[in-house]
Ligand binder design. Structure first.
Ligand SMILES: [Zn+2]
Length: 940
């Protein structure tokens, strides 16, 4: 799931320069500080002679002057020079020469720029050159950020609004009268404060967005009074967005100005803002790009609402409620749709593609501490790249980022954002290969299970809350006198806690993971365990004592690409291991797709990747391991046989097993659930004594205890091997996992159990479809904070839709289409459209309407039906009231002698009639008794 656009732009586009830790200064530090002071003086006075005085006699003076003139602007008002890195100069005696990396922040009035320079300095021998002995041998600019503005609300300009109207896509601020203040750059007005009684209007064009807005505000469009608004815009667009007669100059009222200033100071840092840490305490802003627009609106009814148009994002229009962190709307404008088409792939927006991760980290469970180093092999995707963004847990402090190509690189942390911005010394072009090594250490808290997983803990918490304070929270409804056994601790690090530096979105890459832990712990990770893993590792000293902790290292190789890496650390033992024979009939795989690969080198590369990955259906076995907490050993032993059956079923349905080995980690938790990265599935089991209490949730199925296991294992195929292009497509992961689990229920427990599951799918789909289309992904239930809605629709309705699709096109076409869809999208991100095409190919039918109605829309068909018997024929007539859907309906006939028969009618017109032969006298006829059709039926 990805909320990137909003988070990046709005929540905190605040970058902090990575400062160095303060340590006592020695003589060398003091002399270098004096040198930097002299550099600062030469810049602040714009004095070329002072700069020349700093040069070594052997330096190139012309080049140095050219550098100075290019770097130092006229009219400089303030400069700060900070040392960021110091390494010994090549060929110099120890302490006699250094390569410094410095950051130089220069202000010219309200304008600012940051540059990073490399300065090679040397202490000339024998010369008496006073207090500051260092001289510059050579200098170079490594990176720079220009166009920073220190914005201020103009203290002498006040306007009276006259029927002011400010428009952006589907959005309007109207203020018939009121006061307006502005902040300007030399280019024009870039910020405004509006004070007065106004109206904010938001009318999203897409139907599903109107539906979400209705859930939020009660109406499909929003018109709500506001008392103040803060607006950011591109200065060149000011005249287009406002006409001159809307603003009349007024005399300054200092009381009103102070109120405006309060709004300005509060809202300015929220967007387009950099925090320069030790370079400047001021708020420095960037200018919005043309077309970009942000309004922070203080409404009377909904508190602060943020509207943003961000032209660079795939969904460029957003409405956000900051205080509750709710995305109310996020969609593509008409203009954006014209340029990108209806569907998008989050990968189209990423700057680079990671090919391989090599993670080597130690974890200390007693203090939640991780330290490590990750090597990332990547290839640049954007046409040119100057700053590379890594996603990485903010609590892990980065000590260095080094590239094989450029050496040590400068980086910034973005506050509250789990991001590292890495500055490249020079922009690099598409296909440029890079290897980065990131070194880090810090506290890392475990992740709760979410995404590719079932997490019922939010429901458990809510139920406890509802039960109230008079009753102590109980687990599983046990009487009070039974001692509670706490679950065995475990640490799950996966897609949510950014425990290794990674691409901004999930990115298929191969990997090697080495995790070192205290001896009593073990690790299950994404990949095949190295032969001989675990190996002995150097013992760790315990702080403040002479004790040492013996440690071991676990190594995993993900030789097939994985979307992200996961590990779980707990006190586990290997319970069992088996090679499972699979029943795989290989499908024909198309040759590697060469479209979009321009050069021969790219084609060879694409081919060599294709060669490294075994073709779909190439394996006929999979190694299945079961690791478990000691108290879960018995459950683990029981699970291996069931898991083997599940793997066999899924392999036969897809014609493949994506990985050479799959490990089941049986751990303990108070709530049921699981998590499934590539190569393993973690399954929560109740600690001894108290069983889970299964509550009323879309993800629990009475009479099917293997459900979690079956669901999580299905994610190896759907969710992991086949990914999803963006958050809209998550149902491809959860819907298939749910449907495969249902298919396993049928195989293991029979048709009755299967139909029980189908009926639950239907009930949840009927109950919650009014909350929006399946295609909204995580946003279902998001506005009201109801994860249950998300599971009801993305999981259960998604699965029910797959079952209806199967019935509409028939088993043969469905399972053939399924294999094709899997084969074409293995180790890629897929979209609903890819599934539609695969199923259309297999069935030779147009499935446009099927997907429009069931995935992109959220209506429920209403079917009126009548049943008649004519002679030996049963006649069934369906009439669809309203929009026509493709609905497969089971007709169950019970004969007088107690025998029964079933027929299927595909209702797909305004009226359908079907005739079936009867074999006896009829006692009863029912429609949709199996619950397979999501529809409301009325018998005439
Ligand atoms: Zn799942």
């Amino acid at each position: 799931m990805l909320v990137r656009p909003l988070l990046l732009l709005l929540v905190c586009a605040t970058a902090a320069i990575a400062g160095q830790s303060s340590q006592p200064l020695d003589e060398e530090d003091l002399s270098i500080q004096a040198f930097l002071q002299a550099v600062e003086t030469s810049i602040s006075t714009t004095d070329r002679q002072r700069w020349l005085d700093l040069l070594s006699p052997s330096a190139d003076r012309d080049q140095a002057l050219e550098f100075f003139d290019a770097m130092v602007p006229q009219g400089i008002t303030r400069v700060v020079v900070k040392e960021r890195d110091r390494t010994a100069l090549d060929g110099a005696l120890p302490g006699e020469g250094f390569t410094l990396v410095v950051e130089v922040f220069m202000e010219t009035g309200a304008r600012g720029r940051i540059a990073t320079w490399r300065l090679d300095i040397r202490r000339p021998r024998g010369d008496d050159i006073g207090r500051q002995p260092w001289r510059i041998l050579s200098e170079d600019r490594l990176a720079s950020i220009e166009g920073l503005h220190r914005l201020a609300l103009h203290p002498e300009k006040q306007f009276t609004a006259k029927n002011l109207v400010l428009r952006a896509v589907d959005f309007e601020l109207r203020m018939p009268s009121g006061d307006v203040f502005v902040a300007e750059t030399p280019e024009g007005v870039t910020a405004m404060v509006l004070l007065g009684d106004g109206v904010m209007a938001f009318q999203p064009l897409p139907k599903e967005e109107r539906g979400q807005l209705k859930l939020f505000s009660g109406g499909e469009s929003l018109e709500t009074p506001f008392t103040s608004a803060f607006v950011r815009l591109n200065p060149f667009e000011f005249d287009q967005r406002l006409t001159k007669d809307m603003l009349a100059p007024a005399t300054l009222d200092s009381r009103v100005y102070r109120r405006a200033l309060g709004e300005f100071d509060e809202n300015l840092p929220k967007s387009f803002n950099l925090d320069l840490s030790d370079l400047s305490r001021d708020t420095w802003s960037l200018l919005p790009q043309p077309g970009d627009f942000v309004a922070e609106v203080d409404t009377r009814r909904f508190d602060d609402i943020t509207y943003a148009r961000s032209s660079g994002e795939a969904e460029d229009v957003t409405l956000f409620q900051r205080a509750r962190k709710r995305n109310i709307a996020a969609y593509a404008s008409e203009q954006k749709l014209q340029s990108r088409g209806r569907f998008f792939d989050e990968d189209d927006l990423v700057d680079y593609d990671v090919l391989d991760y090599d993670v080597d980290a130690s974890f200390y469970p007693d203090r939640d501490w991780m330290e490590g180093r990750t090597r990332i092999k990547l290839r640049v995707k954007s046409s040119t790249l100057g700053v590379l963004t890594l996603r990485f847990a903010e609590s892990l402090n980065v000590s260095s980022v080094i590239s094989d190509e450029f050496g040590r690189l400068l980086f910034l942390r973005v506050r509250n954002q789990n991001s590292v911005l890495v500055n490249l010394p020079t922009p690099v072009a598409r296909d440029f290969p890079m290897t980065l090594t990131v070194t880090y250490a810090g506290r890392l808290t475990r992740q709760s299970i979410q995404d590719e997983s079932l997490d019922l803990s939010s429901i458990a918490r809510r139920d406890e809350f509802v039960r109230g304070a008079t009753e102590a929270p109980q687990r599983g409804g046990q009487p009070d006198d039974i001692p509670q056994v706490p679950p065995e601790p475990k640490w799950l690090f996966s897609n949510r806690n950014y425990w290794y530096p990674q691409n901004q979105v999930s990115d298929y890459a191969t990997a090697r993971i080495r995790i070192t832990v205290p001896l009593e712990y073990s690790v299950v990770g994404s990949g095949i365990a190295d032969p001989g893993s675990p190996t002995a590792a150097p013992a760790a000293a315990v702080e403040g004592s002479s004790r040492v902790v013996p440690r071991v290292s676990y190594t995993f190789n993900a030789v097939q690409p994985v979307r992200y890496l996961g590990i779980v650390i707990s006190k586990m033992l290997r319970v069992d291991s088996a090679t499972v024979a699979l029943d795989i009939v290989p499908v024909k795989v198309p040759a590697p797709d060469m479209r979009g690969t321009g050069t021969l080198a790219q084609q060879i590369n694409r081919l060599s990747v294709a060669v490294a990955i075994p073709p779909v259906g190439a394996r006929n076995t999979v190694l299945l391991n079961v690791d478990a907490n000691r108290r879960q050993e018995t459950r683990g032993r029981e699970a291996i046989g069931i898991a083997a059956d599940i793997l066999r079923l899924y392999a036969s349905l897809t014609g493949d097993v994506p990985y050479d080995s799959i490990t089941l980690a049986m751990v303990e938790d108070d709530t049921p659930g699981g998590h499934a990265p590539g190569y393993f599935a973690m399954l929560n089991n109740p600690p001894p004594v108290q069983p889970f209490s299964f509550r009323n949730d879309p993800a629990t199925f009475q009479g099917f205890p293997e459900f979690f296991l079956a669901h999580e294992l299905a994610h190896q195929w759907f969710g992991q091997a086949v990914g999803w292009k963006n958050y809209h497509e998550q149902w491809l992961s959860e819907g298939f996992a749910q449907y495969f689990a249902a298919l396993f229920a049928r195989e293991r427990r029979g048709e009755t159990a299967f139909r029980d599951v189908l009926r639950q799918f239907r009930r949840w789909a009927l109950d919650d479809s009014d909350q929006g289309p399946v295609y909204l992904g995580y946003r279902l239930g998001h506005i009201k904070g109801e994860p249950r809605v998300f599971r009801a629709l993305v999981y259960n309705k998604g699965a029910a839709v797959l079952h209806m699709l199967r019935r509409v096109i028939g088993d043969e076409a469905f399972f053939a289409g399924l294999k094709t869809f899997y084969a074409e999208n293995r180790f890629k991100k897929a979209g609903s459209d890819d599934l539609r095409r695969a199923m259309e190919k297999a069935s030779q039918r147009d499935l446009t309407r099927f997907f429009e109605r069931w995935i992109y829309d959220n209506g429920i068909p209403r079917l009126r039906y009548s049943i008649a018997v004519e002679g030996n024929e049963l006649i069934v007539r369906f009439e669809q009231i309203g929009d026509v859907y493709d609905v497969p309906v089971t007709i169950s006939v019970t004969y007088s002698d107690g025998k029964s028969a079933e027929f299927v009618v595909i209702a797909n017109e305004a009226t359908n009639e079907a005739r079936f032969p009867l074999t006896g006298s009829v006692r009863a006829v029912d429609a949709n008794q199996d619950g397979a059709a999501i529809a409301i039926f009325e018998k005439k």
